[in-house]
Design a protein around this ligand. Sequence first.
Ligand code: GDP
Ligand code: IMO
Ligand code: MG
Length: 424
Amino acid sequence: MNTCVIGLQWGDEGKGKIVDILAENSDIVVRYSGGANAGHTVIVGEVRFALHLLPSGSIRPQTTCVIANAVVIDPEVLIKGIETLAQNDISLNGRLLISENAHVVLDYHKKEDRLREESLGKNKIGTTIRGIGPCYADKVGRSYAVRMGDLRDLESLKTKLQSIVEYKNKVFSALYDAEPIIADDIFEKCKTYAEKLVPFVTDTTEFLHKSISGGKSVLFEGAQGSLLDLDHGTFPYVTSSNSSSLGMSAGSGVPAKMVDKFIGAAKAYTTRVGGGPFPTEQDNEIGQYIRDKGNEYGTTTGRPRRCGWFDAVAVSYAVTIGAIDSLALLHLDTLSGLKELKICRAYEINGEEKTFFPANIAKLAQARAVYETVPGWEEEITDVRDFNDLPLNAQDYVCRIEELTKRPITIIGVGPKRTQTIFR
Ligand code: GDP
Ligand code: IMO
Ligand code: MG
């Protein structure tokens, strides 16, 4: 049985928690897109892990962890991630595979990300400054790219870095009047990366196909959210990869046809970090209530997340383009204590009601959320483990989201811990 977990909103839906739970019954867990812009939280007992590149299944000692082709790898973050697990007595020796074709995020990518954002002023995208866009741009441009496999041949890499750095310095100087970077410094760092990471570098596509043929169960872990997809999200306020389920095949080399189940993760409300349209945003005391109660601060950057009501138009779009089979609805507990709740069931655009999400931001800017208002519940629900023990209004809220998204909600989060979960 192969499963894929995908974020259905603008990221941070709680994918890490769901992947960690499902990893218990998986042989292999795969990250296949994005980079260290991701921050996936897994809480085990009193320990809180924030995973940026390692799959969230890596906390489970029986899993084999794969970082596949389309991930952009910041070696420093990855090495730190491996060391953090080791400090918690979780070893990845013999159970981590890194694609030789995955691209490497180097210091000049992070510098370029920062300089570009700074130069854009109020028009900035609000990136995580993790070098994601510049690294993917180098991948698409091809001539100045470094892949994990290049770390195996340091002599050739040294020459390659010299030409890359020469080019980058021209850009930094001409566009940003910025200090040059030094090729030797980058190369020295690459030597350390090579020493620590080359033992894990391999052909992950071959490994995945052989494993699937051999009957192993694979869990694919999406990063970011469907609405941040480069081609299908709210461009340009997106990330630089295909973060909807459409990116799973290209990212891992395993066709979607070989995946039995796509599970979409969504919060019981909506959050977004960085710029871009957000039709159900509540930049008011409701948004602040959700932010405080749900601890809505970025796992990677610590930025406060923008918060708003559940948007069934946006989630249904992600469900449709992602062929999502069922939903995991997280953070239902965060809504406890609100007198009434709103669910966006349509957008009004130029006097017309629309239920298909317009990914074009010019249209989205004109969209007014059409809400239905439902009663909330007072009770805290973090100790509830059976759907029927939820307050009736909470049950109705979940059922209404099922109706609007036309998918069953089979997992409900009532708190950040593994155990704070309802299965239906
Ligand atoms: P991801 O990027 O999708 O893995 O999500 P993040 O880890 O960035 O953000 C989700 C946050 O919500 C984390 O702090 C989780 O510990 C927390 N979380 C996950 N599920 C629930 C839930 O059902 N209730 C509450 N209160 N917190 C949750
Ligand atoms: P996880 O996997 C939430 C957002 C950034 C910014 C935009 C582009 O934890 O859900 P980038 O650095 O990718 O160029 O930034 O995308 N973004 C995320 N928002 N969760 C994430 O990952 C995100 N990864 C990128 O805030 O708006
Ligand atoms: Mg996150």
